[in-house]
Structure formats: structure tokens, C-alpha cells
Design a protein around this ligand. Sequence first.
Ligand SMILES: [Zn+2]
Ligand SMILES: [Zn+2]
Length: 245
Amino acid sequence: MKMLVDLHTHTLASGHAYSTITENAQAAARKGLELLGIADHGPSLPGAPQLSYFGNMAVLPEEIYGVKILPGVEANIINHEGELDVPVCYLARLKLVLVGLHPGSYPGGTVEENTQAYIKAMENPYTDAMVHPGRIDFELDLERIAYASARLNVPAEINNSTLAVIRSKVKASKNCSLFARYAAKYKGPIILGSDAHYCDRVGDFSHALDLVREAGISEQQILNTSPERVLEYLSGRHQLRPNVA
Ligand SMILES: [Zn+2]
Ligand SMILES: [Zn+2]
């Protein structure tokens, strides 16, 4: 399976990542990627950029080193209602909106509250994909998340970094495997994300690909084998966005 798109990468602007957009694009080009999502953390995470960073992304070129750029955000879900830390007027200008739960931005809750927070965020018409359900920070009903992703046609991510982090490897990989099996069962759309915080990790899907094979997720489910499929999905999704004056 050849992956041509990485939708989940961070830059220096995230405050705890170490490469520029240009360095990430150069790394993406070297690895043969054709489309790159820039998804720095939303402003409620300590060290993350302020809203003006997201408001000014139109200054970026459409392509860097021949790689098409999708200016976006990894917005933080901030409460049990699934609200995001980026106002709609900013989301409306971005080409890629990922959503996730992160310590420091989300207060925590019961399994039901955490699961509902993700599902409600996925129901938000500005949300393009949900990320790292396999992370162990907040307990989730992974089966319901996989079912909701299929029902809403909002891609869920198999996150390579979650699988690669040694300190949480055993529990995180167990969670990720469980989620991947539910994703195979409900056949919703899937993206693989590197969640790169340094340029040499851009396009690294090695652990995620192993998991996908083990779980029996079909190639058809995975969007980022094709830039055209990703762009077609995003364009359809963005037609659901309400008009913002
Ligand atoms: Zn994240
Ligand atoms: Zn991330």
C-alpha cells in the first residue's frame, strides 16, 4: 500500500515540535508524498499558536517542493459538548480541521462523557477527521467511536506516533488494535497520520500500516493512498459547512 498523503504534521508553531513547514514539505517530497496537511495544535494547548496564526495561513503557497499544502489545525475538543478551541470564523478559512482530545485542553470525564465529546465534535460540520482515538489519556468507548465515524462518514485516524511512543506502548498499542478491529468491522473511512513533530517523521506510517494489516482494515477504507480521494472527500465535506458571513 503506497501512502501519498500525510494529513497530520506539526511545525515549530505548535511549541513542542521542531521543524518548519518548509522542512516538513521537503521531507514529504523526499518520501514521495503529494499532499501534506499542516495541523498545528489549537490555541488552548499550552505553547500552541494564537488564533492569528491560523487566520493568516492563506499567505502560504499552494505547493512547496512540489507537495500540495493543506493549511489546517488540530483543534482541541475542550468540553463534553465536543466544542472546539478554534472559532468558526477561523475554521471556515482552513482546508483541514482535525479534532482531538488532549490533556491541558480537555478536562477529562467518564467514558460516556469522553466518547460523547468525540462524537459531538465529529458531528460538527467543520470537522474533517478525528485523531488518535487509541491514545490512552482519556478512556473511550472505541466501538461507538468507530461506529460513529462510519455513520457520519468522518474519517478516524490510525496515529503512527501513538504506536511509536515507547513509554505507553503496551496499553496504547492494545487500544489502537482494538480501535482498528472496530474500524474494520464498521468499515468507516480511515486516515493514517504520522503526527510528526520533527520533519524526518513526516510520512512515517510504518507502525500504523502493520496495525491496519493485522486488523483487516481494507485498502478501500484508507483515504490517504490517493491525494485525489482526500481532496474529493474534503471538498464534499466542506460543502456541508454553513455559510459564514
Ligand atoms: Zn494530538
Ligand atoms: Zn498532533
